[in-house]
Design a protein around this ligand. Structure first.
Ligand SMILES: NC(=O)CC[C@H](N)C(=O)O
Length: 197
């Protein structure tokens, strides 16, 4: 079982560290040949418009779409969630997502005054202990379509974590807080799919 971290831009090293701590074999994915051998993929935080441009110029965008469609387990944090969203509001001109998650996200939804904040979230799917969530110019999920499920909401009801089959997305960054439950949950999807194959 090999897990990839999309390593075009952003905090891919932090994700690779968490995944290795949890016992996974991790490779950095920058080329279609690398994507072809992974059993799961993490798309890190960073800057979604840059990641989009690099994915297209590295010839990765279409292979990524194809593998997402074929059921590859993928976990996206922040910019990674934006990449996985079917629809993106406040994108830059020409910015494309990969899609897969039946959601509409809004980039930089928390505004310039409060670009970063931390809060504790109740996420019953991950157990009773709250998840400490760090938001860094994060997106918000403005609407969740019928194929997707909200996993976590802020106190004001805004959705910040979603799941759809093998796809998982969070507006925040578990990879920098020592929170491993999202990565464990993602790895359990990878394991289940690998065993079923
Ligand atoms: N921390 C992040 O990943 C920020 C996301 C960034 N604002 C974007 O639009 O892609």
């Amino acid at each position: 079982m090999t897990v990839g971290v999309l390593a075009l831009q952003g905090d891919f090293r932090e994700h690779a560290d968490v995944l290795r701590t949890l016992g996974a074999d991790v490779i950095h994915v920058r080329r279609p040949e690398e994507l072809a051998v992974v059993d799961g993929l993490v798309i890190p935080g960073g800057e979604s418009s840059v990641m989009d441009k690099l994915a297209r110029s590295f010839g990765l965008a279409e292979p990524l779409r194809a593998r997402i469609r074929s059921g590859l387990p993928v976990y996206g944090t922040c910019a990674g969630l934006i990449m996985l969203a079917d629809s993106v509001l406040d994108a830059i001109v020409g910015q494309e997502s990969l899609g897969g998650l039946d959601v509409v996200v809004r980039r930089n939804a928390f505004g310039s005054q409060t670009q970063s904040f931390e809060t504790d979230l109740d996420i019953p799917a991950l157990g009773a202990d709250p998840v400490h969530a760090v938001f860094i110019r994060g997106p918000v999920v403005e609407s969740v379509g019928p194929a997707a499920t909200a996993l976590a909401t802020l106190a004001d009801g805004r959705v910040v974590a979603v799941e759809q089959g093998n796809l998982l997305g969070t507006s925040f960054h578990p990879e920098i807080t020592g929170e491993h439950r999202f990565h464990e949950y993602f790895l359990s999807k990878v394991r289940a799919r690998t065993l079923a194959a």
